[in-house]
Design a protein around this ligand. Structure first.
Ligand code: FAD
Length: 524
């Protein structure tokens, strides 16, 4: 381990570096060294050491698209920038902000904010907020994600059905740009005018330009390429830009009061048709808006049962039954609301073809934690299985879809996945954020031949989903592994125009090379 004149911790020993050379995509990269700055000033100093060195930024490395995996140059790991810089003053403030419904109600008006370093982990933030009766709503399931990583990917998760993605909860950002200069941007202060923008860095440099004319898909969840709208707040360009425009060093976030009564249910069905029917009933007829509506296909419950039987997951839990399931979560202010809500939920379950007596219900406390554990076990088990297969087939990476469609296309996309999977006889796991028409359809290839066939099928699905008006990435971003998908969504000219935007902020193209655009966009 080395310390340079700024006392920045750096490692360049191959053994020590190895765990920092991959993320949850399980792809492994290479780097000259991994640096662990603790301040924005130290990041600036690192960037100014050699203006041409490629830099890969790392948060919690829970990303699944290899965005934080370095392939040359240095990696800047932000795990040491892990302080909550400012907390809201008192829980009493919470009563002044509504804890119901849409984020736009609360996004800019409430006074409940905190400021954090980018390396603060979601789990740590929530632990510190809990005694104040507050929480940070974005919920990317994986709680060891860092807040900087969540902003960079515009992450979302189960509870985004109610609260929206990370973007909706970000008030201001501080960033170090590629040349070491810094930029602060606050929501509401930098709107584009007829697509034009001008931002002044802390060093006095003006970065100005015109946004490309790109139309994003009209879906509830989308994080593929840059966020671009004709009249937009420029802070939104940086959210979801996957570290290609700047290194986020401080984040001001909006908080909400923790719901007083939180309860959840896992409802089991024999057939996926019944589960789908229940999803529609929940969306259209539930007396209160659920926080989350998540789906677990027949293949996914089978995988979870296997993991449970082998003792790999869900050990302290009732045996996972066969069939499929829908997980839903409700929040309410008053305990009295619960009983009628449960009664109505019971009749919706029956109407869809299920039996309330077969369902698991949890009313806060340890039972609720167990339900969330059940929810989280699905992606974890898929990642574990891919890791197992990679031991004998090292070129295989996860083939999991992350695509979303408009409401009206949910049944169509579901039938497409199931029809194609049945024909191809892959090992699969279908689960995910069905409330937002966003399913993770995972093909778990047994060998390279299946991997290539699976990738071909994935490409066809992406084309179909774009045709349906959907997005090729709803929450994981593009990283280095999904650049081929972005080309299904945007034309070469549109991508070229986005790339020119990157060049304005990063003329040497040194920040997170390979992310979003791949390595040789000019030639393609
Ligand atoms: C089991 C499992 C379940 C998951 N479920 C979900 C889910 O439901 N929803 C979801 O959205 N995601 C999910 N993910 C993916 C992942 O957790 C999220 O993308 C998360 O936000 C990544 O955060 P991180 O700190 O780990 O970022 P990293 O993986 O470290 O980085 C992700 C990207 O952000 C960039 N980055 C990180 N920090 C900064 C910074 N400070 N400045 C600029 N760029 C930066 C990196 O360079 C990289 O491109 C899941 C992952 C796992 C393993």
């Amino acid at each position: 381990m080395l310390y340079n004149k700024y006392m920045i911790k750096r490692i360049n020993d191959q053994n020590e570096m190895s765990i920092f050379l991959s993320d949850e995509s399980r792809r492994t990269g290479t780097a000259a060294e991994i640096c662990f700055p603790q301040t924005a000033g130290e990041i600036s100093a690192l960037l100014r050491e050699d203006i041409n060195t490629p830099v890969t930024i790392q948060g919690g490395r829970t990303g699944v698209t290899a965005g934080a995996v370095p392939e040359s140059g240095i990696a800047i790991n932000l795990s040491g920038m892990n302080k909550v810089l400012r907390m809201p003053f008192a829980a009493a403030d919470a009563s002044s902000v509504s804890d119901t419904g849409s984020v736009s109600d609360t996004n800019l008006s409430g006074s409940l904010t905190a400021a954090v370093h980018p390396g603060v982990l979601l789990t740590s933030l929530q632990e510190q907020l809990h005694p104040l009766g507050l929480f940070f709503p974005p919920d990317p399931t994986e709680t060891t994600a860092s807040i900087g990583g969540m902003v960079s990917c515009n992450s979302s998760g189960a509870c985004s059905y109610r609260y929206g993605a990370t973007r909706n909860h970000i008030r201001s950002l501080e960033m170090v740009l590629a040349d070491g200069d810094t930029l602060s941007i606050r929501r509401g202060e930098h709107h584009t005018k007829a697509g034009r923008f001008a931002l002044t860095t802390d060093g006095g440099r003006v970065i100005s330009g015109t946004l490309p004319q790109v139309t994003m898909p009209n879906v509830k969840k989308h994080t593929a390429g840059y966020f671009i709208r004709p009249d937009m707040d420029m802070i939104d360009l940086f959210i979801g830009s996957e570290g290609t425009l700047g290194i986020i060093t401080s984040i001001e976030i909006d908080l909400l009061p923790e719901p007083k009564h939180l309860w959840g249910a896992v409802v089991f069905f024999e057939t996926e048709e019944s589960a789908l029917r229940f999803v529609h009933l929940l969306r259209d007829e539930a007396p209160a808006a659920p926080q989350a509506i998540e789906f677990f296909g027949i293949d996914t419950l089978e995988m979870l049962r296997g993991a449970q039987e082998s003792g790999a997951a869900l050990t302290g839990m009732t045996k996972v039954p066969s069939g499929c399931a829908v997980y839903t979560e409700f929040a309410s202010k008053n305990r009295e609301d619960l009983e009628p809500l449960c009664r109505i939920l019971g009749s919706l379950i029956t109407e869809a073809g299920g039996d309330p007596a077969d369902s698991w219900f949890a009313f806060r406390g340890p039972d609720m934690v167990r339900l969330k554990e059940f929810r989280h076990a699905a992606p974890v088990c898929v990642n574990e299985r891919v890791s197992e297969i990679r031991k004998s087939h090292s070129t295989i990476t996860k083939l999991g879809t992350d695509m979303s469609v408009p409401d009206s296309r949910l049944d169509e996309v579901f039938a497409m996945y199931r029809g194609d999977l049945a024909r191809e006889r892959f090992q699969t796991s279908l689960f995910g954020h069905i409330g937002n028409n966003h399913l993770h359809c995972n093909i778990i290839p047994r060998d390279e031949e299946e991997y290539l066939r699976g990738k071909e099928l994935y490409t066809c699905w992406a084309e179909e989903i774009v045709r349906m008006g959907g997005s090729v990435s709803a929450e994981h971003g593009i990283g280095k592994l999904k650049t081929w998908l972005l080309k299904k969504l945007y034309t070469k000219d549109e991508l070229g125009a986005m790339f020119e935007l990157k060049r304005l902020f990063d003329p040497q193209l040194r920040l997170n090379p390979g992310n979003i655009f791949g390595y040789n966009i000019q030639e393609k």
